[in-house]
Design a protein around this ligand. Structure first.
Ligand SMILES: [Zn+2]
Length: 314
């Protein structure tokens, strides 16, 4: 709840925040390209439609080697008063279109730990390069990564390879959540070291994904591998989305106008016939129409009324 209240009443404290509020900055890539740090999570909320997901980094307690994977990693500190537990969690935030961020939060209770992690994930947002670097796939769509990358944290090492279409995400579960939110669809991977420590594995894939942007590429490869930075796809998506909306609107208008015409055209002859037929029938019809009126919404009522008036006039 506290978080919602914050988003409702956002008073930007930083320069970038104010510019976003005034709609001077409309694209998050402007901020990322300038190298400035984002200090307010609301900036990301306003510029991108992000989805967040909690990663399973903990483990429930139990016999026989522990229990199921949990969202919160629970640790304890021994003190004179007793055991002091603390909770840790990791969150991925992404727009499924080339922007991704990961955050780590730790607190004495679960909810503040999650809030911290979401906040940090939004502040750590960065863009990735997508493409099709697979020699088995001759398409020119950015469904995979353009070249293989490697990341490392502690002993956990992860390598990501471009894969042809239809392969899916051949990665560890938590990493596949991250790649889904980043907008990568096909990838092969290989890991080395202690990958059961999920925090290190996630940090490793974070490093690997950041290498997609930091690696220098030649101009000729941009076309060959169909490399696209960040959410260039958004423009493509916006156009088709905008067109169907227009089409839909047109359709709706047509639909709205068409029935009116039909009703009028159909109703007028009916009204004439009604006038020819005795008044009793018309009275019955008014009764039935009034019963229909109650069922139908306001707009049809008006139509019916107008039709009736026409009929009566004639
Ligand atoms: Zn391909």
């Amino acid at each position: 709840m506290a978080y919602e209240i914050k988003t409702e009443i956002w008073k930007p404290k930083t320069d970038i925040g104010q510019k976003v509020m005034d709609k001077e900055i409309k694209d998050i890539d402007e901020i990322i390209n300038s190298g400035k740090t984002i200090l307010e999570p609301q900036i990301v909320d306003t510029l991108l439609e992000v989805e967040s997901e909690l990663l399973l980094i903990g483990q429930s307690k139990g016999k026989f080697g522990g229990g199921q994977r949990r969202v919160f990693r629970q640790t304890q500190k021994k003190t004179r008063e007793g055991n002091k537990p603390s909770f840790t969690t990791m969150v991925v935030v992404g727009d499924k279109n080339g922007h991704i961020g990961m955050g780590y939060g730790k607190s004495k209770e679960t909810v503040p730990a999650r809030e911290k992690a979401i906040r940090k994930a939004k502040l750590n947002i960065f863009k990735i390069r997508r493409g099709c670097g697979s020699w088995q796939c001759s398409c020119k769509e950015p469904h995979s990564i353009p070249f293989s990358v490697e990341g490392k944290c502690g002993s956990a090492i992860i390598r990501l390879f471009p894969a042809p279409k239809g392969v899916g995400l051949c990665v560890e579960n938590e990493c596949s959540k991250i790649l889904t939110l980043a907008g990568v669809k096909d990838v092969w991977s290989k890991t080395f070291g202690q990958t059961k420590n999920k925090i290190n594995l996630i940090m490793a894939i974070d490093e690997a994904l950041k290498k997609l942007m930091s690696t220098k590429i030649q101009e000729e490869h941009v076309e060959q591998l169909s490399i696209k930075e960040g959410s260039i796809k958004v423009d493509k998506q916006e156009e088709p989305i905008a067109e169907p909306e227009k089409v839909k609107k047109e359709d709706k208008e047509e639909v709205k106008t068409a029935p009116k015409k039909e009703t009028k055209s159909e109703s007028k002859p009916k009204a004439k016939k009604e006038a020819q037929i005795s008044k009793a029938d018309s009275a019955r019809r008014t009764e039935s129409s009034s019963a229909q009126k109650q069922e139908v919404s306001d707009a049809p009522e008006a139509k019916l009324q107008s039709v009736k008036k026409d009929g009566k006039n004639k």
